[in-house]
Design a protein around this ligand. Structure first.
Ligand code: SF4
Length: 387
C-alpha cells in the first residue's frame, strides 16, 4: 500500500489535468483563483481536495503553471471518477462540494479536506503591503481586501453546523451521471460532518487580539476543536489564545536555510529568525499539549538537506513538521519556478517518517487543523503504509 503514499506525493508535486471538453471541467477548474482570502495564504490555493480511493483527501493543484507536464488527469469513466496516469487508471477518486459553497457563506467559510471548516479572517498581510511578502503566496489575489467580523464568522459556522442541507453534497461522478434520475441521485446524497475549525489569515497587526476575539465568538456557538495558523509569539500571548479556547496551532517556518529565508520570505525572515519559531513551538507544546503544535515547511525552495535539517529542528522543538511540496501559482513571484522533483520529495518524506518516530510525535493525536485534515501532506499514508 505504500503506492498510495507515492501516488499522493506525485499528485501534490505535479497537479492534475482535466479535459476542458468534459462537462464537469468548470466545476473542478476555476477560471481564476478565488479572491477575498478564499485562495488561502501559502501554496494550497487553486487546489481541489480529491478523495483518493474513498479514503484520504488530497489537495491537488488544478490551475497552475506546469500542469501540462503532469502525467496525471482526472476523468469520469463509466460513471466512476478516476485518477489516470499517462491515460491508465490508477485509483478511483471523487470530489465533493458542499451546498454552502454555492451560497454567500463561502465568503467566510470554506471546506478544507473532507471535514475541516476553515475561515480566513483577512487576506491582508503586513508583509505583502510592505512589498516583502512570501514569494510563493497569492493571498492578496484580486482587488478585494476583506476583514471578516468575528461575530459573523461565528454565526456562519453555527448556521452551517445546524443546517444539514447546507452541508449536503454529492460525489461528482453521481452529479454528472446521466443514468441517475433525481430520486436516485438524492438517495446518494451525503453530508459533510465537520470535525474541526481552522482559523487563518495573512500576517496581521494585533493578530492575537483579532484571533482571540474570533476564537471566543466561535466557542460560544460551536463545540468543535479550533486550530489557528499564526506568526510566532511569546508565552503570554500563547496563554491568552489558549484560554480563549484554541486547541491546536501552527507557526509556519516555510523555509529553514538562512539565505533561502531572505530570498523566499523576506518580510517574515527579517522579523523572526528560525530560533524565534522554535522557541514559540516549545512554549506552545508545553502549554497546549503534545502533538497539537505544527509547522509547515515547503519542499523545493532550498536544498533538500536544509529542509530535512528544518524538519528535525521543528520536531526537536516538540512540533509536528508539515513538509508540503512548493506549488507554483499564477501571479505569485515564483510563478515560473518549477515544483520540486519527486526524488527530492520522497527523500524528504522518508526522513520525515524517521524523525517523527525518533522524537515520539504522533500526528494521529492532533485534535484539529492541518495535521488532522491531511489533505496537503501524505502524513497518514506515511504512518500507515510507509514509503
Ligand atoms: S506571511 Fe507570507 S504566506 Fe502568510 S499571508 Fe503573508 S505573504 Fe502569505
Amino acid at each position: 500500500m505504500s503506492e498510495l503514499t507515492k501516488l499522493k506525493i506525485e499528485l501534490l508535486c505535479k497537479g492534475i489535468r482535466i479535459d476542458s471538453k468534459e462537462p464537469y471541467y468548470r466545476e473542478v477548474v476555476p477560471e481564476t483563483y478565488a479572491e477575498g482570502g478564499k485562495s488561502r495564504a501559502g501554496v494550497a490555493g487553486s487546489g481541489k481536495s480529491f478523495l483518493l480511493g474513498c479514503e484520504e483527501p488530497c489537495n491537488v493543484g488544478v490551475l497552475q503553471p506546469f500542469l501540462k507536464e503532469s502525467p496525471y488527469a482526472f476523468k469520469i469513466i463509466d460513471n466512476q471518477g478516476w485518477i489516470l496516469k499517462n491515460g491508465e487508471k490508477t485509483i478511483k477518486a471523487t470530489l465533493r462540494e458542499p451546498k454552502w459553497h454555492s451560497t454567500d457563506l463561502l465568503n467566510e467559510i470554506q471546506l478544507h479536506g473532507i471535514n475541516s471548516i476553515a475561515t480566513a479572517i483577512s487576506n491582508s498581510c503586513i508583509y505583502k503591503k510592505q512589498g516583502v511578502g512570501c514569494k510563493f503566496c497569492i493571498i492578496d489575489v484580486g482587488r478585494e481586501v476583506v476583514f471578516h467580523d468575528p461575530y459573523k464568522i461565528a454565526r456562519s459556522i453555527e448556521t452551517i453546523e445546524k443546517n444539514p442541507d447546507l452541508r449536503l453534497c454529492f460525489d461528482i461522478e453521481d452529479k454528472y451521471n446521466p443514468n441517475l434520475d433525481e430520486e436516485e441521485l438524492l438517495r446518494r446524497k451525503r453530508y459533510i460532518e465537520p470535525k474541526d475549525i481552522n482559523i487563518n489569515a495573512g500576517a496581521l497587526k494585533n493578530a492575537v487580539e483579532i484571533y482571540g476575539n474570533t476564537i471566543s465568538q466561535i466557542k460560544r456557538v460551536s463545540k468543535l476543536p479550533i486550530f489557528i495558523e499564526i506568526g510566532p509569539m511569546n508565552k503570554d500571548k500563547i496563554e491568552t489564545l489558549y484560554s480563549a479556547g484554541k486547541d491546536a496551532l501552527s507557526f509556519n517556518l516555510e523555509v529553514y536555510d538562512k539565505n533561502a529565508r531572505k530570498n523566499v520570505i523576506p518580510g517574515k525572515a527579517k522579523i523572526n529568525t528560525p530560533d524565534v519559531y522554535f522557541d514559540a513551538m516549545k512554549n506552545a507544546s508545553d502549554i497546549i499539549g503534545e502533538n497539537q503544535v505544527s509547522s509547515w515547511i515547503l519542499i523545493g525552495l532550498e536544498p533538500p538537506e536544509k529542509t530535512i535539517e528544518g524538519i528535525k529542528k521543528i520536531a526537536e522543538a516538540g512540533a509536528i513538521p508539515l513538509p508540503k511540496p512548493f506549488r507554483p501559482l499564477y501571479g505569485a513571484d515564483y510563478e515560473k519556478r518549477k515544483p520540486p522533483t519527486i526524488k527530492d520529495a520522497i527523500l524528504i518524506y522518508t526522513e520525515w517518517l524517521d524523525t517523527i518516530k525518533e522524537y515520539g510525535l504522533n500526528p494521529f493525536k492532533a485534535k484539529a487543523g492541518c495535521v488532522r485534515c491531511n489533505a496537503c501532506f501524505p502524513i497518514r499514508e506515511l504512518l500507515k503504509y510507509g514509503i
